[in-house]
Design a protein around this ligand. Structure first.
Ligand code: IMP
Length: 438
């Protein structure tokens, strides 16, 4: 028995980074397996705040081995900046991080392509990507002809490969409307020099992570898989096309990390006690009013990666029940309970009304989801702070009733409650023991 996954069940930003950091000391390995620098995982350790984009959230623990596996797309410039920032704060990243030779690189041309295509509207609304080149990089991965992988950096054919792809990308991007300045920035000689500088610094970390992780599992080491984004942004199962380009639900773990399902025992589904979304796309329980503004303010709901204000709304039990089932969630972690502590009355979306009919599933078509009206159940608020609660017995009756109702609606017990960003502001319920987390 070895693997536990931490999966976001909403549209990302569920505070997975806090949980991975907290749980990491109980595991031998922490594994980031999909997404890229679109993720922004915040870890608060005492007075220090760390914002991680590529680097797994286990990195603050020196005896934990961290991995970035084949399913991740890496922008080496950003990752090296992250490594330098952590090193300057005394964290030994180079020794504790292995980066897959199979992982694909987000190249400067992907950033240009993302920014250019991001302006295009899909069904009357822009996807509103993070502009980190994620979609174009995954597109090239699937297309194969223009992809660059980590291993290409340390192969003898590197310079020729980079120069050829950069020439071809220049032609393609010109047609897409890239400016002369943008095209000059990806000139072959510049790209070749950049790749050489990356290779020099990244070489000590580039490894066959698949082999290393399989060895670790076979030697009975414990694995913690760190999901990025949330299951509603999953490319195959999310609110398409307003999604990211990787499998961010639980189904993505095996493919992204390079592990067979037999090594996964537990799935911790992380959700906020309310809902948020950044970027475009339908959001049935969204609150475009003072209550939404109040949640945004109390929850400091602004993007870690882009700083964009997050759209806020009530907890959507239809959506979370779907993603919890899809991801095989065995326990829920209910985050940001402190934010809901200041309301007389709370609401939870228990069903949708679509074209006059009550439905209990997430429709596959964005236009249908956009037409869904939330059917809301009102739950009395408890209206008193819970930031200092350290066990369930410190919770007011109203907060306990809210947690119980979420468990009923989603169909999964809550194992962890979070009442603030600090490690200490976390409660393990009596149901955490079943997943070895008590
Ligand atoms: P991309 O992943 O940058 O292509 O963005 C696609 C969609 O996913 C956009 O709506 C983004 O706002 C959203 N997204 C991507 N990464 C995150 C994340 O880490 N948290 C929340 N939303 C995200």
């Amino acid at each position: 028995m070895s693997g536990t996954c931490v999966i976001g069940l909403q549209w990302g930003d569920e505070a997975k980074g806090k949980l991975v950091d907290l749980l990491a000391p109980r595991f031998d390995c922490v594994i980031r397996y999909q997404g890229g620098a679109n993720a922004g995982h915040t870890v608060v350790a005492g007075d220090e705040v760390y914002k991680l984009h590529h680097i797994p959230s286990g990195i603050l623990h020196s005896d934990v081995q961290n991995f970035i596996t084949p399913g991740v797309v890496i922008n080496p410039t950003t990752m090296l900046e992250e490594i330098d920032g952590l090193s300057a704060r005394g964290i030994n990243v180079v020794e504790n991080l292995k980066v897959s030779e199979r992982a694909h690189l987000v190249m400067p041309w992907h950033m240009i392509e993302d920014a250019t295509i991001n302006k295009v509207s899909v069904r009357g609304e822009s996807i509103g990507t993070t502009n980190r080149g994620i979609g174009p990089c995954y597109r090239d991965k699937v297309g194969r002809t223009h992809a660059i992988r980590m291993i290409d950096l340390i192969e003898a054919s590197r310079d020729e490969r980079i120069a050829t792809v950069s020439e071809q990308k220049t032609v393609l991007l010109r047609q897409l409307g890239a400016t002369d300045e943008e095209l000059a920035s990806i000139a072959p000689e510049k790209m070749v020099a950049l790749a050489a500088s990356w290779a020099e610094r990244l070489a000590p970390m580039i490894s066959d992570t698949t082999d290393l992780i399989l060895d670790a599992a076979e030697a009975n080491q414990t694995l913690l898989f760190e999901g990025a984004q949330g299951a509603l942004l999953d490319i195959d199962h999310g609110t398409y096309p307003f999604v990211t380009s990787s499998n961010s639900s639980g189904v993505g773990v095996c493919a992204g990390a390079g592990v067979p399902p037999k090594w996964i025992d537990h799935v911790l589904g992380v959700c906020k006690a309310y809902s948020t979304r950044v970027g475009g796309g339908p959001f049935p329980s969204e609150l475009n009013d003072e209550t939404g503004d109040k949640i945004r303010k109390l929850g400091n709901e602004f993007g870690t990666t882009t700083g964009r204000p997050r759209r806020c709304g009530w907890f959507d039990a239809v959506a979370v029940r779907y993603t919890a089932r899809l991801s095989g969630v065995t326990r829920l972690a209910l985050m940001m309970m402190d934010v809901l502590a200041h309301f007389e009355e709370l609401k939870v979306c228990v069903a949708y009304e679509l074209d006059g009919k009550e439905i209990h599933h997430v429709p596959a078509h964005a236009d249908q989801l956009r037409r869904c009206k939330p059917i809301l159940e009102t739950i009395p608020g408890w209206n008193s702070p819970v930031d200092d609660a350290r066990s369930m017995s410190d919770f007011p009756a109203g907060a306990l009733a809210y947690v119980k109702r979420i468990e009923e609606l989603v169909g999964v017990p809550v194992g962890i409650l979070s009442v603030g960003p600090d490690r200490s502001q976390t409660i393990f319920t009596d149901k955490a023991a079943a997943m070895g987390l008590a």
